[in-house]
Design a protein around this ligand. Structure first.
Ligand SMILES: Cc1cc2nc3c(=O)[nH]c(=O)nc-3n(C[C@H](O)[C@H](O)[C@H](O)COP(=O)(O)O)c2cc1C
Length: 194
């Protein structure tokens, strides 16, 4: 059986067109995100879609220099939550970030279906980004998803240009997955394997 096409085709690409994305399309992405499962159906995700030019410019000012390519984006989505908005169980089982991630994945897969690039990033000044969007202090802005239709790649750095067409790099399945019981191969190497 083959993998779901959107999973295979989703890539964190950077060559964005500046063309506007219709609001109806942006709303479908949010709708898909909100259909994600969550612990006790707590739905801890909060998603701000940013396409107002002034607000978008303020958010772009919070990007790290390495995310220069995102300056072309006609829209971004901010994914935020709080740990107390979801189950907090024993043995480190805080579900808010997990459930936010599942919503973010649905969002990205719907974006593939819509012909959009949806590239999640952590490279931003969180305090500045939260200020730009009016996100309250205790709320965690975990990721921004950079949005755009595929566009011109000529402004990308050599490294990013090479990455656009490169094959995916993934660890071997044996380092990430086993059947039935924990396997020593699942332990990352001492350097963390990052
Ligand atoms: C939480 C998170 C943060 C990321 N932050 C950045 C970032 O700041 N800048 C960037 O260019 N890519 C960022 N990425 C994209 C990853 O580098 C990319 O997903 C990874 O290299 C795998 O490539 P693929 O998504 O094309 O399979 C981030 C991805 C995730 C999920």
């Amino acid at each position: 059986m083959s993998l779901v096409s959107q999973v295979e085709h989703r890539r964190a690409l950077r060559a964005l067109s500046e063309d506007q994305i219709p609001r109806q399309t942006l709303l479908r992405l949010v709708e898909a995100a909100c259909l994600a499962p969550s612990c006790a159906n707590s739905q801890p995700w909060r998603i701000l879609t940013v396409d107002d030019p002034e607000r978008l410019a303020a958010l772009k000012a919070a990007l790290t220099p390495g995310n220069y390519w995102a300056l072309k984006a006609p829209a971004m989505a901010a994914f935020a939550t709080r740990l107390e908005w979801d189950a907090r169980l024993d043995h480190g089982r805080d579900y808010a970030f997990f459930d936010l991630g599942m919503a973010a994945m649905n969002y990205q897969l719907q974006a593939v279906e819509e012909g959009l690039i949806a590239h999640p990033i952590a490279g931003f000044d969180a305090a500045a980004a939260k200020l730009a969007l009016g996100i309250p202090e205790g709320t965690v802005l975990l990721t921004l998803i950079i949005l755009g239709y595929p566009g011109d790649a000529s402004h990308l750095s050599a490294k990013h240009l090479a990455a656009e067409g490169a094959a995916r790099h993934r660890k071997p399945l044996e380092e990430l997955s086993a059947f039935d019981t924990w396997d020593s191969q699942l332990e990352p190497p001492p350097d963390g394997g990052l």
